[in-house]
Design a protein around this ligand. Structure first.
Ligand code: PEP
Length: 256
């Protein structure tokens, strides 16, 4: 089955509104040749930069995502943002359960699941992050950890809902460290994720789900990674913060 590549830039807590606008303006001409049928290009700025980036991306092939969403529609949740607020801001995608949210802000598979359901109900396209810590990989527990994250995070979703979800496999030891999983190692893990999705939602759905790789992906390794059968794109941190490095990565990822 052919799955459309999806390359998403996670800007994390970087870029003011003015800086975000400038980055998108610089990126637009560099990726204008990327056909929307071939790849989805997404940028995920901080909340306060979303409006400027949505405006700057209008009419281009660049889509906009947020980095988190709360599960409640409204209420006493200081510092949180609802799915309806993101929709109103013109957001299409949302990252859920990034390892930094899990590590620093107490995100669990249960809260990932709640956020995911709220995002789906609002018509957002969720990017659900999973990945093992270094000690879990070294202890031979990678598959056990991923199975638990997938089973818990995706609990209760219908097969139809699952068709609207993107999974990002991000080995935590590879995020922002310059250490990348080899394409072969990443492919083995993506294949495990694919098999788990097939078991949970049926083969027809599982085979269609896009699974991004994340963790020090850059222009130099994007082509080899995305060439793997079960790697359908990337979730990019550092290399997404400059227009030229992000554009080069995108072009290399989709080069045949
Ligand atoms: C990320 O934080 O999702 C990520 C993959 O970061 P980096 O590309 O910088 O490793």
């Amino acid at each position: 089955m052919s799955r459309k590549v999806i390359i998403a830039g996670n800007w994390k807590m970087n870029k003011t509104a003015a800086e975000g606008k400038a980055l998108v303006e610089a990126l637009k001409p560099l990726v204008a040749d990327v056909c929307p049928d071939v790849a989805d290009i997404v940028v995920c700025p901080p909340f306060t930069t979303l409006a400027a980036v949505v405006e700057a991306a209008k009419g281009s092939n660049i889509k906009v995502g947020a980095q988190n969403v709360h599960w409640a529609a409204s209420g006493a949740f200081t510092g949180e943002i609802s799915a309806a607020m993101l929709k109103e801001a013109g957001v299409e995608y949302v990252i859920i359960g990034h390892s930094e949210r899990r590590q620093y802000f107490g995100e669990t598979d249960a809260t990932v699941n709640q956020r995911l359901k709220a995002a789906l109900a609002a018509g957002l396209k969720p990017i659900v992050c999973v990945g093992e810590l270094l000690e879990e990989r070294e202890g031979g527990r990678t598959e056990q950890v991923l199975a638990a994250q997938l089973t818990g995070g995706l609990a209760g979703l219908t097969p139809e809902e699952m068709t609207r979800v993107v999974i990002a496999y991000e080995p935590v030891w590879a995020i922002g460290t310059g250490k990348t999983a080899t394409p072969e190692m990443a492919e083995l893990t993506h294949n495990f994720i694919r098999c788990t999705l097939n078991d949970l939602f049926g083969k027809e759905v599982g085979e269609g789900v896009r699974i991004q790789y994340g963790g020090s992906m850059k222009a130099e390794n994007a082509g080899e990674l995305v060439a793997q059968r079960n790697i359908d794109g990337g979730l990019i941190g550092g290399a997404a913060l400059k227009a030229d490095s992000f554009a080069a990565l995108i072009h290399n990822a989709i080069a045949k």
